[in-house]
Design a protein around this ligand. Sequence first.
Ligand SMILES: [Zn+2]
Length: 299
Amino acid sequence: MIDKDGKVLARRECTTDADRGYAEALRRIIEMLRATAQTANTEISGIGIGSTGPVYPLTGEIGDVNFFPHWKGENPVQDLEQAFQVKVAMENDADAAALGEAGWGAGRNKSRLIYVTIGTGIGTGLILDGQLYRGADQSHPEIGHHVIDPSGPLCLCGFRGCWESLAAGPAMVTWIEKNAPPDYSHRADLTAKKICELARQGDSWAMRSVEHEGRYLGLGLANLVTMFVPEVIVLGGSVMKSAVLFLEGIRKVIAASCRFVPYQQTALVLASLGEDANLIGAGRVWFHSFGSEVATGAI
Ligand SMILES: [Zn+2]
């Protein structure tokens, strides 16, 4: 529950449990929304949704989503409108976080902004002239899956060597598994987070993995700078909690690769909404759709 300035008033969270079905999930969402409004001691005046995609923002339908295999065609926008008698808006979750950062976070007052979240995958949201960019059929462009190295690993998107396959958190683990000697002492239970910790402690394989990650993150970001020259790229997601390890590498690649554009004009900044980025972003989705209408309560 957030107010009209993006401040979190109350929050509640649960796992999706997609296998229990859409109707059951909807029931839980409605229950949690009512309980959260009660905690915040306020009325709900609108509902914003940030969902893993593909989703269809203009109709409110869920597409063919990997994480909820049997929910295709369900319409949480209509269902929640009916349950609460308020307007509801939905966007892809990366677009929602982009709108949040653009409206209330690190990208405030910038009209050309790219949000990039780097965690188990790479999600992006593109805002041009203050508006969220959509492709044909309301589609969300999958910038995280543009190709960096055609000889790289095969991804579910169909490409070999897309950015996500080479630079999302799991790629750091894969790199060490492939390159470190068999007796490398931290082989078991490696995660991107653990690798960052080890790198900070001076572990040489972890440091090499971090260097590799910085270079591949940098390549993707340099491509974005060359193609869009945004005023700002906002970096978020779990891997960016260790941004200090990667920023120098990223900047080096951009400076070496983007000579045909004024790359110095693109600020690289860290997301400022932190753990609540998705929550606040979902609220901002509502403002993006219906913001000209006065909101007196909470979203
Ligand atoms: Zn891919």
